[in-house]
Design a protein around this ligand. Structure first.
Ligand code: ADP
Length: 464
């Protein structure tokens, strides 16, 4: 009985530390908007890089897609370092291989880019009769790269740092496009990178193709990030000519957001200290798919250490970082069977914990609920921060109707973790109120980043 009380106390303490009531989320949203301003004012002025994407014209929807197919995936699909998309044909675009690689896979930079080039070579080899490259023309590529890159033009940029468990020293600071270009040459592939596109920018552009009111894109996958359409004259650090459209798409790199208002528990601090990038990507570490499962593991480990609910000794698998993954967590969380079979199975198969009581299984679900809810509510607060920056978080004072705002969402966490998605949408409604919320549309832009990158490559073709 004493040990049950101890387990419940651990859960209650977690709930208390992770609580994200509306009042707190408003502070988070305010802090996000403040950091956005600071990051737009100067490079290095904020935790938010607020990267200028050099995309000042988004697809209109009138682009002609010749065909969209051939999404190749390599077998070890865990973390996506890059997505390469889009060989252009006249007025058309198609999405290419999505290149993925297992977590903590740390090759030398050259190996990584050679790997991407070889996947592209395979993709090119699958092109059928239908695809004809005009004589004397190079294939053009939209290169989606989902890590922070300081862009120097639409088709060049230097890697700021790795995230999501990647760490390849010699690439930081280098131009990822010239690294890829060298790898393409080594492979003998005649291809030109026309656009270097962060996956959030790709998702925004892909979303725009279908809906002209898309102004924000959010990725909730292995990592998390957001992009949005900013007024070009609201970017003090932009010293170039004002684009004709008057707009510039900004890649926020919001995963690196940090604020004293974030509801943090000891597990978060420990996860951060044990990570490859301590002190960085704090928002991401509380929200995204790479980390949620590992926070859950840390809470369960504590319960195992302080009670005998998971057996008399601590199950060794509970001590293995990242063994318990977010898809396991969501399988546990969504279990509605009377005897919580999926919970029992996951505990057994992944963690080697046998013979759990129904009560213990319920407790595990409650821990999932606390962590998923916190992550989802923080992600919603981030979106409200962007809406605030855009002046779209409140109804216009002059009585004109609210503009329609479409948010393109993508990523495995958003797509598959239903409870997370529901919490996020409910929190948006809670924070914005029914009226403003009714002007907001959240769409799932399923792999929109590939399409977006292809369209951007086409519109930045060297042959235009
Ligand atoms: P990435 O973010 O790596 O580019 P995805 O958008 O496909 O790629 O997201 C993959 C991530 O989504 C995984 O790392 C995992 O954290 C999360 N995920 C995948 N499937 C599920 C699931 N069933 N439930 C919860 N999260 C999932």
């Amino acid at each position: 009985a004493g040990q049950w009380a101890r387990a419940v106390a651990i859960l209650r303490e977690l709930e208390e530390k992770c609580a994200a009531p509306a009042s707190k989320l408003r502070q988070v949203a305010d802090a996000m908007a403040v950091e956005m301003h600071a990051g737009l004012a100067s490079d290095g002025g904020s935790k938010l890089n607020m990267i200028i994407s050099y995309v000042d014209n988004l697809p209109t929807g009138s682009e002609q897609l010749q065909r969209l197919s051939s999404k190749a995936c390599c077998p070890a699909a865990q973390v996506v370092p890059t997505r390469a998309a889009g060989t252009k044909s006249v007025g058309g675009a198609r999405t290419g291989p999505r290149i993925t690689s297992p977590i903590h896979f740390v090759p030398a930079a050259q190996e990584l880019f050679d790997y991407i080039a070889s996947e592209l070579a395979k993709f090119v080899a699958t092109e059928g009769e239908g695809f004809q490259l005009s004589a004397g023309r190079q294939r053009e590529l939209g290169f989606t790269f989902s890590f922070p890159v300081r862009q120097t033009s639409i088709s060049s940029g230097n890697l700021i740092k790795w995230t999501k468990g990647f760490a390849i020293e010699d690439t930081v600071g280098q131009d990822v496009v010239s690294e890829l270009t060298k790898a393409l040459e080594r492979k003998g592939l005649d291809m030109h990178v026309s656009a270097l596109v962060n996956d959030t920018i790709g998702t925004l552009a892909g979303g725009r193709y279908y809906d002209e009111d898309v102004v924000i894109a959010v990725i909730l996958g292995t990592g998390t990030n957001a992009a949005y359409v900013e007024c070009a004259n609201a970017i003090p650090k932009w010293h170039g000519l004002l684009p004709k459209s008057g707009e510039m798409v900004i890649n926020m790199e919001w995963g690196n957001f940090k604020s004293s208002h974030l509801p943090t528990a000891d597990y978060d601090n420990e996860l951060d200290l044990d990570s490859l990038n301590p002190g960085e990507q704090i928002f991401e570490k509380m929200i995204s798919g790479m980390y949620l499962g590992d926070i859950l593991r840390r809470v369960l480990l504590r319960i195992a250490e302080e009670t005998a609910l998971f057996g008399d000794t601590v199950p060794p698998n509970l001590e293995v970082p990242f063994l318990l993954r977010t898809p396991h967590m969501s399988a546990v969380h969504h279990d509605t069977s009377p005897d919580l079979r999926a919970v029992a199975r996951t505990l057994q198969d992944v963690l080697g914990i046998h013979n759990t009581s129904l009560k213990t299984r319920k407790l595990v679900i409650e821990v999932c609920e606390v962590l998923a809810k916190r992550g989802a509510r923080l992600a919603a607060a981030g979106v409200v921060g962007i809406l605030k920056k855009l002046g779209r978080d409140v109804a216009p004072r002059d009585g004109t109707p609210m503009p329609r705002t479409v948010i393109a969402m993508d990523g495995g966490l958003f797509e598959h973790y239903t409870r997370f998605r529901e919490h996020m949408e409910n929190t948006l409604k809670e924070l914005l109120g029914d009226d403003v919320f009714s002007s907001i549309v959240v769409v799932h832009a399923n792999d929109g980043s590939g399409l977006g990158a292809a369209l951007l490559a086409a519109s930045h073709s060297q042959y235009l």
